[in-house]
Design a protein around this ligand. Sequence first.
Ligand SMILES: [Zn+2]
Length: 410
Amino acid sequence: MASETLTSLLLGVLTFGFVVPQILEYLQVSMPLKQVPPILAEYLNDAKLLEAKAYQKDNFKFKAITSSFTFLLTFLFITQGWFGEIDTWIGSFGFPPLGSSVLFFGLVFVVSDILSLPFDYYSTFVIEEKYGFNKTTVPTFFLDKLKAYLLSLLVGGGLLLVFLWLIHSMGPDFWWQFWIVAVVFMVLVNVGYTAWILPLFNTLTPLAEGELRDKLLQYAAKVNFPVKHIFVMDGSRRSAKANAFFSGFGKQKKVVLYDTLLEQHSPEELVAVLAHEIGHYKKKHLKWGMLVSVLEVGLLLFLLGQVVFSENMSLALGGTALSVPLNIIGFTMLFAPLSMLMGIGMNALSRKHEFEADAYAKETFGGKPLAEALKTLSVKSLSTLYPHPWYVFVNYSHPPLLERLDRLEH
Ligand SMILES: [Zn+2]
């Protein structure tokens, strides 16, 4: 493909990736406000519903501004050939190709993070604060940023180095070689997430002896689920939103409950939440999810291999000669629509899995306590009661609350 045609294609794809999500966001926020459904009468009132709508509108406006900003900036970078100019400038230092590529991505990462910082800050300390979700302080916010930087420098930087080294030295074979590296990395993260990564950001304390611990262990034993540890995580340090999950392979299961969850729910409800999570494990959802991700990464790398050595892609972005970093940037843009399609598929699978995990909890423990827990969680997090069906189709990884309640309570 000629470089001029490629430039137009990139701009087209970029515009599509900006406009379609905006339309969906608009449809979602424009859904009319309805009455509180009888099933939620104990948990909700009209005031709470209005508050949820206001939260949704604030987030809509905020997202519209941030994505317009990103869109316009990227548009300018392509049409003005700025990506190419940066690449030529870095090339003028005379480093070997691998060194120049690392420098290019380091620069892109730092600049885009600095640009997004004010938006992150606003979202946390203005919007989330306004609705009472934010529990983080300014020092914790910046300390988290610093830790995340160090972590991405160590882990992301290491991976990027291996990735770029393989491209520069192995040529077209790099894609399957890096695929193997990526899969090993994904498995390691999955196994070590609670052991290595979470403790950097949060404190995990073993759940105290008592009714809740007994009930959780009793249920786990009943369904033959090997729980090694139950931890409580200080999620309340940052956000009032609640969650629960477990991690680990084989007989090393660690269950992690947010302290915010403990404050809001009865032991019965918490067992039901755990039952749902165990349902995911028993129905092999985690293994399927992992397999799909592995295939997705393989496809991504294979397709990248078709673009990464193309001189025309570099020219299309304003470069003067074949440049690996420019081609990677071009590829990530071209890949966006396909990535959106795959996301739709993944979300559909995920929604199916959520129903199955709910059904498992209903069979092995009871639908009522899980329904109660979901009601409290959704009301607290101000989630949308009547989402637009297209928005659900594209963006929802979980089925809408009312559909889940319907299946749990009937
Ligand atoms: Zn689930």
